[in-house]
Design a protein around this ligand. Sequence first.
Ligand code: PGA
Length: 247
Amino acid sequence: MAQKIVAGNWKMNLNLNDAKALVQNVNQQNKREDVTVMMFPPALFVADVAAESNGIKVGTQNFYFEEKGAFTGEVAIDQIRSVGGEIALIGHSERRSIFGESDALLKQKVDAAVSAGFDFIFCCGEPLEIREAGTQEEYVKAQLEAALFHLPKEAVQDVVIAYEPVWAIGTGKTATSDQAEEMHAAIRSWIVDSYDQDTAEKVSILYGGSCNENNAKELFSCPNVDGGLIGGASLKADAFCAIIDSF
Ligand code: PGA
């Protein structure tokens, strides 16, 4: 069975004091042991947030695929691990669109994470014009085929996928639960086609894009939605804990 996951992507928000207060508040309020909670603070704060994590899985929003060297401004998996980080996002739409990360680069990051035995959430999702053209399934399938589905079955079963329609991220415009379920069911069926049913059932598929304490319950009740990757609403402990409690 896929794990239930609620993950907070803090993006480039909060300072160190806010970051520590947020993880402490979430720890005080959250009583759910059946939901895996994850936090993705700015890389600079991973050590401090991990020190307070108390069971929350902490990681980075990005990393570079090389082990070390002359890559100014980047962080390596071993460095993240050395400060208590256990997981990273790969291919968030903001990395793809603002920082120009290509499918080829994302594939190198996926391979680096797998060979280091480091967990990751692979993000995918279509922009508005693709949704309007009705070709979102071909688009998302191509993203997965380009950077994820080359992995062997043993590696894929540990992967978490986040479906985040770009038109819903930070816009207050959520996908309807029908739209989310349709894409999540399609993603799971492609895993069955590329691997098998057993593998597909182990992969958690999260929804992201203006998910909040008001709509999480309906989204999480969809059979193929195993949780959420939360941006804006992960920055307030009350809202984030209410989302965790939506299961
Ligand atoms: P949002 O961001 O919840 O603020 O829309 C989600 C994300 O980008 O992961």
